[in-house]
Design a protein around this ligand. Structure first.
Ligand code: GLA
Length: 688
């Protein structure tokens, strides 16, 4: 692979394929075997040094690079490229022993001890100085090493300690607030400190939202979330600028964790800071819909990357070590997981990790090369996947197109789940996934985008629970509707402004004109309550958890609450015409069936092709090349063969299709259709 600040690299022979490689855990005798087996598996990229601070800087300012020189040379000589880490992800014991003040604190004031990893306060000046020096040393040593094609900055920033309540963090929070507000009076307004006698006279009085007798000021909490995400971003920039200054021309990345489980980091704001968006994704073994959550994570990552190809930096070949029951994956599930990421825009597939550790906290975590060795079904499956990823190199650079967008807002997520709300068990991602699942099940690809993304190209824009809404976001949604898109907005949207305060006038604040309704009262329901709704469109449907007392302004009702309930007779689903578009509002939590009915109706209404009666186990996604050629991924998550209409060339087997394709249970097919029928078939098929 060529080293280039451009991404993707046009000269790449196949998809990127590899893993985290931790040679420092092994006797050097193992390295030759590692590299030989990497070649056998088709590995072309490894992430080296992620946790090797203690092996590189063996004591303060004493650096030992001999071992890393040998590893990088060995990889280079075998044509394997390196994503070289800054090695900052786990400070060594000598550092925390000499400087215990760099350790992070929890909201109750307790210090997180060393002994694990990520044991640092990301804003502590001493930590930052050590991390910068280490990064500079590594960058200086390897800036001209031809194996190094990518910088891997730290690792999963904020993964273990997203919030630090230490004194260092308090000082950084105050500085951040000073930049945001300028004067203490502005802050007092934004935080509405006239409530509960919280008025500040100067920034020095402000603390992080540490454990307090009762609810801490919600805007203080929200700003602490913003600040905490920015604190990691600030650190990321420091590492990036350090390597860029010393080694310009080598692209930088860091591994995001864009999933429904990682809430603390606003990756939409981070993406433009790196040359390549990379993501880590792990499925939850106990979740029957883990493949749908994976699809969402991949669509979100593509949204973060603004549609450009991205790299799957980590996933697992089989079991992990951190869930309640670490159920292994089947080899077929690994294949499906990997290729589902490629289908949704990944141009590379990497795992944690190359060789299973013999000791340490992750010794039960699967790897490409398992403890069982090469005479194992997992190793054979890894080799097969490597061969497939070589075949799929032609896909690199192609894009995923979608006519549906889902607005996803980290700030709305943070704010909507704050305490002292109408329902303590409100979940932002619950509706996100309930809606996403409907599109997945109909084979409709969704771009997951921020609220300020250009929406003009979409026919349908889904807006789950946009509790916090900025004026820019409200205008953006209104523009999309006026220019002809259909919008679907769900309850508890438009409630607060960016300061977590109600805008003047009735709810839904800045979305009143868009939705054409007013909401007089939020009406969370008792646990056991199921509401019936009546609709001429959808018949009798059900809802639970939440309801709102809605007054129509310009919208018309589509469904009413029914039965014995104070809201009975009031509108539950409404539609408002705005410009050339329509804006639907759902003021309750619809059942799964009712959500499906609404989504299906909107898809048909917007003439978006959907496969209503397809097998529920089938996943279909298309990537398209600039020249018009397409790659259709068909993933069979079920237990029976599925026959679909397809013509073109199936890339994994190399076979030409005669109009139909049968995808075996648990398997994946990738169908190439050239832009022009005169194009020759690709000479890459083989029986794998
Ligand atoms: C994360 C980390 C890895 C490893 C895996 C285990 O993704 O980045 O270092 O700990 O989790 O699943």
């Amino acid at each position: 692979m060529n080293r280039s600040a451009e991404w993707p690299d046009a000269d790449r022979p196949g998809l990127l394929f590899g893993a985290d490689y931790a040679p420092e855990q092994w006797n050097p005798d193992t390295w030759d075997e590692d590299v030989a087996l990497m070649l056998e598996a088709g590995v072309n990229l490894v992430s080296v040094g992620v946790f090797s601070w203690a092996s590189i800087e063996t004591s303060p300012n004493v650096f030992s690079f001999d071992w890393l020189d040998k590893v990088l040379d060995l990889l280079l000589n075998n044509g394997i490229s390196v994503a070289l880490a800054t090695a900052t992800a786990s400070p060594p014991p000598w550092l925390t022993h000499n400087h215990p003040e760099i350790l992070p604190r929890q909201s109750d004031g307790s210090v997180l001890s060393p002994g694990g990893r990520q044991g640092f306060s990301v804003t502590h000046p001493t930590f930052l100085a050590y991390a910068k020096r280490l990064t500079a040393q590594i960058a200086t040593r390897y800036r001209d090493h031809p194996a190094v094609v990518l910088w891997h900055l730290d690792n999963e920033l904020g993964g273990h300690v997203p919030f630090d309540y230490s004194d260092a963090s308090a000082a950084a929070f105050r500085a951040w607030l000073t930049r945001r507000y300028g004067t203490i009076e502005e802050l007092n307004q934004a935080w509405m400190t006239s409530f509960w006698s919280q008025r500040y006279t100067c920034f020095d009085e402000i603390l992080p939202p540490r454990l307090a007798p009762t609810y801490v000021n919600p805007t203080q909490q929200l700003d602490f979330s913003r600040y905490s995400s920015d604190a990691f971003l600030h650190y990321l920039r420091m590492l990036r600028d350090t390597v860029r200054e010393i080694a310009p021309g080598i692209p930088v990345t860091t591994n995001f964790m864009a999933t429904t489980r990682i809430k603390a980091l606003d990756y939409f704001r981070w993406a433009s800071e790196v040359d390549l968006v990379a993501n880590d994704h792990y499925t939850i073994a106990a979740c029957p819909e883990r493949h749908i959550e994976l699809a969402f994570s991949a669509d979100l990552t593509r949204g973060i990357a603004r549609g450009r190809p991205w790299l799957l930096m980590e996933h697992s070949t089989s079991a992990v070590n951190w869930q309640k029951r670490n159920v292994p994956k089947s080899c077929d599930e690994m294949l499906r997981n990997s290729l589902a990421h490629v289908a949704r825009g990944a141009d590379g597939l990497m795992f944690f990790q190359w060789r299973q550790s013999r000791g340490g906290a992750e010794k039960f975590h699967s790897a490409m090369l398992p403890q069982a060795g090469t005479d194992s079904s997992l190793w054979r499956a890894v080799k097969r996947l490597g061969a497939i990823s070589r075949c799929l190199g032609v896909i690199a650079g192609s894009r995923v197109q979608a006519r549906v967008a889902m607005v996803f807002s980290y700030e709305a997520w943070w704010a909507s789940e704050l305490d002292s709300h109408p329902a303590a068990d409100f979940s932002y991602t619950e509706r996100v996934m309930a809606l996403y699942r409907c599109f997945w099940a109909r084979g409709v690809t969704v771009d997951v985008v921020p609220a300020d993304a250009p929406l003009g190209a979409y026919d349908l824009v889904v807006v789950p629970n946009l509790y916090l809404c900025s004026p820019e976001a409200a205008d953006n949604l209104e523009d999309a509707a006026r220019s002809g898109a259909t919008l679907l907005v769900t309850y508890f949207s438009g409630v607060v402004d960016i300061n977590d305060q109600f805008p003047a006038g009735p709810h839904p604040g800045l979305l009143r004109d868009l939705l054409g309704v007013e909401v007089e009262e939020f009406h969370p329901l008792r646990e056991e309550t199921v509401l019936t709704l009546h609709s001429d469109h959808f018949g009798r449907i059900e809802a639970d958890f939440w309801a709102e007392k809605v007054t129509l302004r310009t919208a018309t009702p589509v469904a009413h609450f029914d039965g014995d309930h104070p809201l009975s007779g009031g509108p539950a689903i409404t539609v408002n015409s705005l410009g050339r578009g329509k804006v639907w509002y759902i003021a309750t939590r619809l059942s799964a069936e009712a959500t499906e009915s609404v989504v299906t109706h909107l898809l048909i209404d917007a003439s978006i092709e959907c496969q209503q009666n397809r097998s529920p186990d089938l996943e279909t996604v298309v990537r398209t090349r600039d020249d018009g050629a397409s790659f259709t991924f068909i993933i069979n998550h079920g237990t029976t063969p599925t026959r679909v209409e397809q013509s073109g060339q199936e890339l994994i087997s190399g076979s030409q299709l005669d109009g139909y394709l049968t995808v075996q249970p648990g398997q994946v097919a990738v169908v190439f259709r050239p832009a022009s029928i005169h194009t020759q078939p690709l000479a890459i098929g083989r029986d794998l």
